[in-house]
Design a protein. Structure first.
Length: 298
């Protein structure tokens, strides 16, 4: 089944290479970004969950955006930016770094420090965020990832926001892991770009109207994900790979495997409080990755 070429497509929730001590390794970042864009990704999303975005301050964000632009990556066509802050002021400053550079759009997580908040409270936060950005606000993708934030973006909240800000609310990334939630979003908001975070549910979702994904496995096998998005094809190899990654620390595993794909042991360091995989875990993970992907090649 051929699916519309106008869909959101595949965005790599790009890992953030670090030096020991936590500084961003900009040469590795630009090399990797160009690699995934050349091998199946339509865009990259900086500062997402996989990219340790909540640990990245404004100086690092500015440097990363500048490095990709300096490498010839077009922000208006190829870069989305993750926003992760509980302070409204900080969220706006993060957004301005991206929008002022010309980024295509924003992936905006809800404020996550206070739990048990109401839809009314969340609506007020998102509304103030958009209003204070003013005319620069564009292509806002609401980020539902309750396993990390412990704050839900409900179907009803999406309705209120898209009604209040038509043309600005562009989509929802559903990283709940619940296909029932994705179905509810598709039923209520099918005109928006409904994106799936769990790659194991991706092909089924796009066959039912989802427009693609912003995901971590795009760091590793974007060429295998692309047929899932543009042809609705299931991939047992991707499913097995996600199962393996989810059996350990996900962010550290994706970063280590990115280095393995590049043959570069320099991928691995993390910003505290996250920690890199130990050597035994890396070897076991690399062997599993090779076994899974070689089965595809065979």
């Amino acid at each position: 089944m051929a699916l519309s070429p106008s869909r959101f497509g595949l965005s790599c929730a790009i890992t953030t290479p670090m030096k020991e001590g936590g500084a961003v390794d900009l040469p590795r970042l630009t090399h990797h970004a160009k690699h995934v864009l050349a091998n199946g990704c339509d865009t990259v999303t900086l500062y997402g969950t996989t990219g340790e975005g909540a640990a990245l301050g404004l100086p690092a964000r500015s440097a990363m955006m500048g490095a990709l632009m300096g490498a010839g990556i077009d922000p208006a066509k190829q870069i989305y930016a993750g926003i992760a802050a509980s302070s409204l002021h900080e969220a706006i400053e993060q957004a301005r770094v991206a929008l002022d550079a010309g980024a295509r759009g924003l992936l905006v997580a809800p404020p996550f420090y206070f739990k048990g908040v109401s839809d009314d409270g969340l609506y007020a936060w998102f509304a103030q965020f958009i209003e204070k950005l003013g005319a620069s606000a564009r292509n806002v993708i609401l980020y539902h990832i309750p396993s990390v934030t412990a704050v839900d973006i409900s179907v009803d909240l999406v309705q209120r926001l898209k009604t209040a800000f038509p043309g600005i609310i562009a989509g929802v990334k559903d990283s709940s892991g619940s296909y029932a939630n994705t179905e509810a979003l598709l039923k209520a908001h099918g005109e928006l770009a409904i994106l799936v975070g769990d790659e194991r549910q991706l092909a089924k979702a796009v066959r039912n109207g989802a427009q693609g994904s912003i995901c971590g496995v795009a760091n590793l096998v974007p060429h295998l994900l692309r047929p899932m998005i543009y042809e609705g094809q299931d991939s047992p190899v991707v499913n097995a790979l996600v199962d393996e990654i989810c059996s350990g620390p996900v962010i550290a595993s994706v970063k280590a495997l990115t280095g393995h794909v590049h043959g570069d042991a320099g991928f691995g360091p993390m910003r505290a409080p996250l920690q890199a995989l130990d050597e035994a875990s890396r070897k076991r993970l690399f062997a599993a990755f090779d076994s899974i992907t070689q089965a595809k090649a065979a």
